[in-house]
Ligand binder design. Structure first.
Ligand code: PEP
Ligand code: MG
Length: 576
């Protein structure tokens, strides 16, 4: 019997294949007493499991294909660091010895205690990584059960060779490992739009759906499934007409992708000749190659905080300078917009204090930078020094008030002055911009257009703060709505106000890479998009097929309606 499950599509496209269910080892385990003479053996068993998982993760790291998104390595390193922390790799041994219990029980006791006091433990790194700790412990449990690593199922004899991975949740390290087994899609019960798995799946361009809630219960091993990552729909055990329809769509989709490659060097302009700037979002310098390969004419958002993550120390001025200079030089004179570190909410480095009751509303982004002038100055000096080697723009995250801009500008002045005193060159014409991602900033835009050279709209946060929806919480992920009338109205207001003030404005949130929203954004007046490289050619194609003259009246009607049904009809009309 065919049926459909709905989730949140985090990476578009279609996959047809057979389900392979991955069961994660539960953190539930039996307790048994180990006779004294066998305690040393039990300790050795524990050490062996830790070593096996370490080797497993190191193998995953070594197997990361060259040119894979930089997040991969960072995520695997994170899991290795958790594993190597003495709380997990040493303390359970002591429990085995003290309590004369089995290794699984010792690990469980230690992890339970750890998770229970998660918010208070001293190690900032572990505190922030509850989900990652669980994933690492699950690996150790598996290793203890004598089944380390992942054993792929045998290839199928029938024509439908694709495997669709169905899991409760996946760690990024799992995704890297599974990638090598050529899964055609990832389906998970948990996860939000911005979960690690979603980020990795999106950058791999594999159709994937998260927050399916009960896929693992409803889908049986080997069952035929269709994944429509664009719609966020899974069709289980499809009937013949549905299968035929999706096979056709899949062939069309593959052909489209091949054709898209030809657009790499095509100038992005609408049918009526309006030029649009298409830039790439990157996390680390290594991502530049993919951006160029997809025809990016600049880097619109370098999330510099990724240089600060997954490490015990902080990158010093020289290390940062080298990273920024590399990106600027690799882009060969094309603009590179580097955001000052946006740490403090879900992204945290070792030096930041995470004990805040509501991180998204707490000391994050520019608020945090301004409370730690030394660290901020280090970054500003590195950015200015690198600006001598290419076209660097500096972007300030999460501005809400004019005081923040003034303080930031004076910190930049201070950094310039210190470089001048040392005779170090920087680009005197370097542009400073601000991210508009707080509704207050959007509504009082004049405070920013008067003080800054350019703006960039961060819709991921703008939507979070406008709709009061935690973007990392899968329980409210379905309420995350870029088409909410309040969001559209804010976007229109920002773009129009900036245009009037003659201040360039870009959009660098996930909306920029959503091809279903390209025409709407064009019609609202947006001329500068920045997105993950994987989406650049899709969006370019949509621009090339768009006639602005025709789009504007429809977008005007969209702005005037508050009926979600009508909005969808108008959007469909806009995209037809
Ligand atoms: C945004 O908020 O839209 C954005 C681009 O920044 P980040 O996703 O890194 O918060
Ligand atoms: Mg943001």
């Amino acid at each position: 019997m065919s049926f459909t499950i709905h989730g949140i599509g985090v990476s578009g496209g279609i996959a047809i294949g057979h389900a392979h269910l991955v069961s994660h080892a539960k953190l539930e385990t039996a307790h048994y007493v180990v006779p004294p003479h066998q305690v040393p053996d039990e300790s050795v068993r524990f050490d062996t499991a830790i070593r096996a998982v370490r080797e497993e993760l190191e193998e995953v790291r070594a197997g990361i294909p060259t040119g894979a998104p930089a997040e991969f390595g960072a995520f695997v390193n994170l899991h290795l660091m958790i594993l190597n922390d003495s709380t997990l790799s040493i303390t359970p041994r002591k429990i085995i010895e003290d309590e004369q219990c089995n290794a699984e029980w010792a690990l469980k006791v230690q992890v339970d205690a750890l998770l229970a006091r998660f918010d208070e433990i001293e190690d900032a790194y572990l505190r922030e990584r509850k989900a990652d700790v669980i994933q690492v412990v699950e690996r150790v449990m598996k290793a203890l059960a004598g089944q380390p690593g992942y054993i792929p199922p045998p290839p199928r004899a029938d024509g439908e060779g694709n495997l669709i991975l169905v899991a409760r949740d996946l760690s990024p390290a799992d995704v890297v490992q599974f990638k090598r087994h050529q899964f055609a899609s990832f389906l998970t019960d948990l996860g939000g739009v911005t979960s690690h798995t979603a980020v990795v799946a999106r950058s791999l361009n594999i159709p994937s759906i998260v927050a399916l809630h009960s896929a693992r219960k409803l889908i049986r091993e080997n069952e035929l499934v269709i994944v429509d990552g664009t719609q966020g729909v899974v069709i289980v055990d499809p009937d013949a007409p549905a299968l035929a329809e999706y096979r056709l769509r899949l062939r069309e989709f593959d052909l489209e992708r091949q054709k898209l490659r030809r657009l790499k060097h095509t100038r992005a302009a609408t049918l009526d000749g309006v030029h649009v700037e298409l830039h790439a979002n990157i996390e680390l310098p290594g991502d530049v190659a993919e951006a160029k390969d997809n025809g990016a004419t600049g880097i619109g958002l370098f999330r510099s905080e990724f240089l600060f993550l997954n490490r015990a120390d902080l990158p010093d001025e020289d290390e940062q300078f080298e990273a920024y200079r590399k990106v600027a030089m690799d882009m060969e004179g094309l603009p590179v917009t580097i955001r000052t570190y946006d740490l403090g909410a879900e992204k945290r480095s070792n030096g930041t204090d995470p004990r805040t009751p509501n991180p998204a509303l707490g000391l994050r982004a520019i608020r945090l930078c301004l409370t730690e002038p030394r660290r901020f100055l280090t970054q500003l000096r590195a950015l200015l020094r690198a600006s001598h080697y290419g076209k660097i723009n500096v972007l300030i995250p999460m501005l809400a008030s004019s005081v923040e801009v003034d303080q930031t500008l004076s910190a930049i002045q201070q950094a310039k002055k210190s470089l001048e005193e040392e005779g170090i060159a920087y680009d005197p014409g370097i542009k400073i911009g601000g991210m508009i991602e707080v509704p207050a900033a959007a509504l009082a835009l004049g405070m920013f257009t008067r003080r800054l050279d350019f703006l960039s709209i961060g819709t991921n946060d703008l939507i979070q703060y406008t709709l009061a929806i935690d973007r990392t919480d899968d329980a409210v992920a379905h309420l995350y709505d870029p088409l909410h009338p309040a969001v559209l109205s804010l976007l229109s207001h920002i773009i129009k106000t900036a245009e009037k003030a003659r201040v360039p404005v870009a959009l660098c949130g996930e909306m920029a890479g959503d091809v279903m929203l390209t025409r709407l954004l064009l019609a609202l007046g947006l001329r500068h998009f920045s997105m993950h490289s994987a989406h650049l050619l899709d969006v370019k194609q949509q621009i090339l097929r768009s006639d602005l003259g025709q789009l504007k009246p429809l977008a005007g009607r969209m702005l005037r309606t508050t009926d979600p049904g009508k909005l969808q009809v108008l959007l469909d009309e806009l995209n037809s």
